[in-house]
Structure formats: C-alpha cells, structure tokens
Design a protein around this ligand. Structure first.
Ligand SMILES: Nc1ncnc2c1ncn2[C@@H]1O[C@H](COP(=O)(O)OP(=O)(O)OP(=O)(O)O)[C@@H](O)[C@H]1O
Ligand SMILES: [Mg+2]
Length: 305
C-alpha cells in the first residue's frame, strides 16, 4: 500500500465537487511518502503486465463515526472492503452511505462542521493518522460521482490527462497514459478519433466512463463509486456495470447503489445500512436471498426505502 504511488506524481486529481464550475483542476499539492511498497511496473512508467493480477488493497473501517455538527450520521461502523471485490452499499435515502464513503478518502472533513472519529485503514495504514497526506489519500482512493462531471472546458484528452499532467510527465508518456486509461474505461474505441473534442460533447454514459478513465489515470488503489449509474439509461448502465466487473480485477471497488438489481448483478459482497448503522454485511447472494436480519429482508424485498 502506498499513499504516494510514485515520486513523480504529486498532484491532487480527485474531484471533490461533483459539478465543477470551471475546468481548473484541483490544486497541486506536495505529497509526502508515508508508506512504501515494492514499485510496480506502472510506477516506473514501464508496460504494465500486472493489469489482470490480483492487485487490490483492503479497506477496513474501525468503529467509524461521522458527524455534521452535533448530528451523528454514521454511528460506529466496522466493515472490510476486500481487495479485488465489488462491495455494494445499500440502504434507504439518508442512511449515511455517501457520508460513510466520503470518510474513506477524507472528503467528509471538507464539509464545514463535519468530522469523523474511529479508523479507516488502507491495508495497514490509518488514513487518519498524524502526518498522513490527505492529498495522497485522495489519490490512492479515487471517487466517481452520481452525475458525470468532466471538466467542462477541457477536451477528452485533457480530462483524462489533467491529473497526470500536473505531475510533469512528458507528453509522449501522457499519450500512453490517456490511451491506457481510456481503454481501461472501455471508451477508447469510441473516442480515439476525437480526443481533441470537448468532454462535454459525449453522451452521459460516455462522460461517466470518461470520469472513470480520469480516476484510473492516476493509478489509485481503491475506487469509490457513489451511485455512478443513477443518471444513465439502461444500456449505458450495463456498460458501466461491465466495466466495474472488469475493474475489480485490479482495484478494490466500493459501490453505493439504490438499484437492488445492480447490487445483485455485480457486487460480491453487500452491506445494508439503516440510520447510520451497519445492519448486515455478507455475500450479496445471502443478503438478497437469506439475510439474517429482518430489516434487511424488508428492505431488499421493497417493504420500505
Ligand atoms: N452536508 C451536510 N450537512 C449536514 N447534514 C448532512 C450533510 N450531508 C448529509 N447530511 C445528513 O447526514 C445523513 C446521511 O446522509 P447521506 O447523504 O450520507 O445519506 P445517503 O445514504 O447517501 O442518502 P442518499 O441515498 O439519499 O444519497 C442524513 O441525515 C443527511 O441529512
Ligand atoms: Mg448518497
């Protein structure tokens, strides 16, 4: 695990605002190495033959609590998001799903009056420990939002390159990274002849895959997706679901969804939340066919929510 995958990547590239008003990428910040691991080929800019290997990282929540002022939105959650698995977070509106996932990459604390307690571990590293670089955390734990949010004045190429470019990569390397990321997001064939055109000129489903390409371009270790398909039509949803199933070969995927069929289709594990508490966490099949808790059963069978 590393919070600073390579020395030449020192920029914040996670978009904290789902609807950026301009094309300015997030500010450059200097990262400090806080942990080390053996460098991977892609860290050294070499061809990456490890794409399909088990490469994900464990995210563990230890008694995580999240507050907005005095109001407690997440009430002491213990949970493990396993490497190379898709874990779905389900539960009725307002139960704390988005708050919980925003705590994982420390975006929660950006909200005035908001704070978190307890631990979030990325492998062995507590992301809330002193001296941990928040920018590096957000680089390692990328996020895709409900509404596709390409930088509106940037081309397709620049959207994907934005975070990597700030790190000073050479233009030739950049082209490789952009192509590899767009291929990884299943978008390359559709856009390879129009890379200079505006990202906003793409369809909604293509824009969401562009945002996924932008997220993977900076080589995160975990990808959080908060209702990534809720603005998409069924065909585009299917494409993104297929993509998520591909991406788990390389990443730990945390997927917030209101779509029970989606969770059943692509999640390996499913966590059910209610009023800030984790009610049940198990294999997806068990959650949907034979849950232990009556509240889980009532929710997945549509009795409330
Ligand atoms: N910025 C905020 N300020 C104050 N309270 C907030 C804020 N964001 C969320 N909350 C509150 O925290 C609780 C959890 O909200 P959260 O957005 O995490 O729920 P959710 O499960 O993601 O819901 P949804 O399915 O509607 O997206 C709710 O009571 C909500 O009103
Ligand atoms: Mg939410």
């Amino acid at each position: 695990m590393t919070m600073n995958p390579s020395a030449d990547t020192g920029s914040e590239t996670v978009t904290t605002d789902p609807t950026p008003a301009d094309s300015t990428p997030p500010a450059v910040a200097k990262t400090t190495p806080i942990a080390t691991r053996a460098p991977k080929p892609h860290d050294r800019g070499e061809p990456d033959s490890t794409v399909d290997s088990a490469d994900g990282h464990l995210v563990s929540l230890k008694g995580l609590r999240a507050f907005y002022g005095d109001s407690e939105a997440v009430k002491g959650v213990d949970l493990e998001f396993e490497p190379n698995r898709v874990t779905a977070m389900i539960g009725p509106s307002g139960c704390g799903k988005s708050t919980l996932v925003r705590c994982i990459n420390r975006m929660h604390e950006e909200i005035p009056g908001a704070r978190a307690e307890g631990g979030v571990l990325l492998d062995e590293q507590d992301v809330y420990a002193d001296k941990v670089d928040v920018v590096a955390v957000r680089r390692s734990i990328g996020m895709v939002f409900q509404k596709p949010n390409p930088f509106p004045t940037m081309s397709i190429f620049d959207n994907v390159a934005s975070g990597v470019r700030l790190s000073g990569k050479r233009t030739n390397d950049l082209k490789d990274v952009v192509e590899r990321s767009l291929r990884g997001a299943g978008l390359w064939e559709e856009v390879k002849d129009r890379l200079g055109e505006a990202g906003l000129g793409l369809s909604g489903g293509q824009q969401q895959r562009l945002c996924i390409a932008r997220t993977i371009a900076v080589q995160p270790e975990v990808i959080i997706m908060d209702e990534p398909c809720s603005a998409l039509d069924p065909i585009a949803t299917l494409r993104v679901e297929e993509l998520i199933s591909e991406l788990k070969r390389r990443y730990t995927i945390i997927l917030v969804t209101h779509n029970m069929q989606q969770a059943a289709r692509i999640a390996d594990r499913t966590a059910f939340m209610l009023t800030g508490e984790m009610v049940e966490f198990a294999d997806t099949e068990k959650i949907f066919t034979n849950p232990d808790d009556e509240r889980t059963e009532d929710y997945v069978t549509g009795k409330f929510g």
